[in-house]
Design a protein around this ligand. Structure first.
Ligand code: UD1
Ligand code: UDP
Length: 375
C-alpha cells in the first residue's frame, strides 16, 4: 500500500479557520492523507469559536496572540515557532490559506526547508500593496513560493499567470468559503438552536430592517474607522432600520466604536459571533456593510447586497455580479449608498440576487485530489 501523504495545515485567524475546516474535514476522512494541524493562534477567542463548531483539534497550538501585537513581533515569533513545528513534523506538504501573517510566514518557513506549499485562495490581487495592508504583499510572497496554487476563480488564476507563475502550478478550485457556508447552513437546518442566540435582539428590533456590519481592516484604522462610526450614527437616526454590529476584538476597532456608538437605541454592538450565528445574521440582514474579505464572498452567495467600505477589492467577482459595491470609507458615500438601497426598491432588487461567483461548494475535494495527484 502507498504511504499516506503527510500534510501540515497552518493557520491562525478566524477567516483562515473557516476557509480551511472544509479541507481538513476532507483530508481527515481520506485514507490517502495523514493530516496534521498547527494553529498559530494569531487570534485566540475568534479562532477557538471556529475550531469548536468545526470539531478541529490542532496537533500544535503556538498561542502567539498578544494584545495589540505589532506586525514585527508577530512575524518574528511566527517564524521561529513555525520552523520548530515543521522540523518536528517533516510534512510532505504545507497548506496555508489566504494572506495573513501566519499564512505568509508558514509559506516562508516551508520554503526554507524546501517543503512544497499548497496555497488555498491563491491569486487574489487588488493591485495596490497598501490596500489591503499588509495582505496584498503577504499573498504575493506566498504566490512566489507555492508549488500548488488553488485559485478560487479564473480571475485569480489569470492574475497569477500574469505574474509569471508557472501555469502548470495554477488550478481553479473555487473558494472553500462556499463549502463552509453550505456546511454551516446544513448544520443550522438540522439544529436551529446552534443559531438561536440572537432571539432577544431579533425581538427588540422586530419590524425594522436589519443592517449587518463588520469592520476590522488595518488600513481603515484611525480616520477610516471614525468615518465608518459616523456613517453608522447617521443611519441609526432612521427609525425603520436597526444595525447589528459584532465588533472585532482588535482594540483599534473597539476603542473607536465604543466611544462613538455606545447607547444608540437601534444599534446593537455585540461580541464577535460564532460562525452559525454570523451566518444567521447574514440571513436576517437586508443589507451588509463591511470591509471584510470573507463577508464579501458570503453575502453574494446568500443574495444579500453588500456595501464594501474599502477603496479597492481583490474580489471583483462580487462587484461584477452586481451584489457588491465599493463605497470607500467616507461617511457621506456610505450613508448615501445604504439609503439608496433602503429607499429604492428597484435598486435593491437589482443587487439582491444570489450568485455564486466564488465557488460551487466542492472546492475542498478538488484541492485534496490535486494534492493527491501532485505528490
Ligand atoms: C488579522 C489578519 C487579517 C485578517 C484578520 C481577520 C494579519 C496581518 N492580519 O487581522 O489579514 O483579515 O485577522 O480577522 O495577519 N484580538 C483578540 N482576540 C482575538 C483576535 C484578535 O483579542 O481572538 C486582538 C488582539 O489584541 C490582537 C489584535 O486583535 O493583537 C489584532 O489581531 P491580529 O491577528 O494581529 O490582526 P487582525 O487585525 O485581527
Ligand atoms: N464572521 C464570524 N463572526 C463574526 C464576523 C464574521 O464568524 O462576528 C466570519 C464571516 O462569516 C467570515 C469571516 O468571519 O467567514 C470573515 O472574517 P474577517 O472579516 O475577520 O476576516 P477577512 O475575511 O476580512 O480576512
Amino acid at each position: 500500500m502507498q504511504r499516506a501523504i503527510k500534510t501540515l495545515t497552518i493557520f491562525g485567524t478566524r477567516p483562515e479557520a473557516i476557509k480551511l475546516f472544509p479541507l481538513l474535514h476532507t483530508l481527515g476522512g481520506d485514507g490517502r492523507f495523514a493530516s496534521r494541524v498547527c494553529v498559530s493562534a494569531q487570534h485566540r477567542a475568534m479562532l477557538d469559536q471556529v475550531l469548536e463548531i468545526a470539531s478541529i483539534a490542532p496537533d500544535h497550538d503556538l498561542d502567539v496572540m498578544k494584545p495589540d501585537q505589532s506586525l514585527d513581533q508577530l512575524t518574528a515569533t511566527l517564524l521561529v515557532e513555525l520552523g520548530r513545528v515543521m522540523d518536528a513534523e517533516s510534512p510532505d506538504w504545507v497548506i496555508v490559506q489566504g494572506d495573513t501573517a501566519t499564512a505568509m510566514v508558514g509559506a516562508l518557513s516551508a520554503y526554507y526547508r524546501k517543503i512544497p506549499v499548497c496555497h488555498v485562495e491563491a491569486g487574489l490581487r487588488s493591485g495596490n500593496i497598501h490596500h489591503p495592508w499588509p495582505e496584498e504583499v503577504n499573498r504575493k510572497i506566498i504566490g512566489t513560493i507555492a508549488a500548488l496554487n488553488c485559485a478560487p476563480t479564473e480571475t485569480a488564476a489569470a492574475a497569477l499567470r500574469r505574474e509569471n507563475v508557472n501555469p502548470s502550478r495554477v488550478y481553479v478550485t473555487g473558494n472553500t468559503v462556499i463549502d463552509a457556508l453550505h456546511w454551516i447552513t446544513g448544520r443550522i437546518e438540522r439544529d436551529p438552536s446552534l443559531a438561536a442566540g440572537l432571539a432577544d435582539i431579533e425581538a427588540r428590533f422586530k419590524g425594522k430592517r436589519i443592517i449587518g456590519i463588520t469592520t476590522h481592516r488595518r488600513e481603515n484604522f484611525g480616520e477610516g474607522m471614525e468615518n465608518i462610526a459616523s456613517a453608522i450614527r447617521r443611519l441609526a437616526q432612521r427609525n425603520d432600520v436597526a444595525l447589528i454590529f459584532p465588533v472585532h476584538l482588535n482594540p483599534n476597532v473597539r476603542k473607536v466604536m465604543n466611544n462613538r456608538l455606545a447607547g444608540l437605541d437601534n444599534v446593537a454592538m455585540i461580541e464577535p459571533l460564532d460562525y452559525p450565528h454570523f451566518a444567521h445574521l447574514l440571513r436576517l440582514s437586508t443589507l451588509i456593510l463591511t470591509d471584510s474579505g470573507g463577508v464579501q464572498e458570503e453575502a453574494p452567495a446568500l443574495g444579500k447586497p453588500v456595501l464594501v467600505m474599502r477603496s479597492t477589492t481583490e474580489r471583483p467577482e462580487g462587484v461584477e455580479a452586481g451584489t457588491a459595491k465599493l463605497v470607500g470609507t467616507e461617511a457621506n458615500a456610505i450613508v448615501a449608498e445604504a439609503e439608496r438601497l433602503l429607499d429604492d426598491v428597484v435598486a435593491y432588487g437589482e443587487m439582491a440576487r444570489s450568485h455564486n461567483p466564488f465557488g460551487d461548494g466542492h472546492a475542498a475535494q478538488r484541492i485534496a485530489d490535486l494534492l493527491a495527484g501532485a505528490n
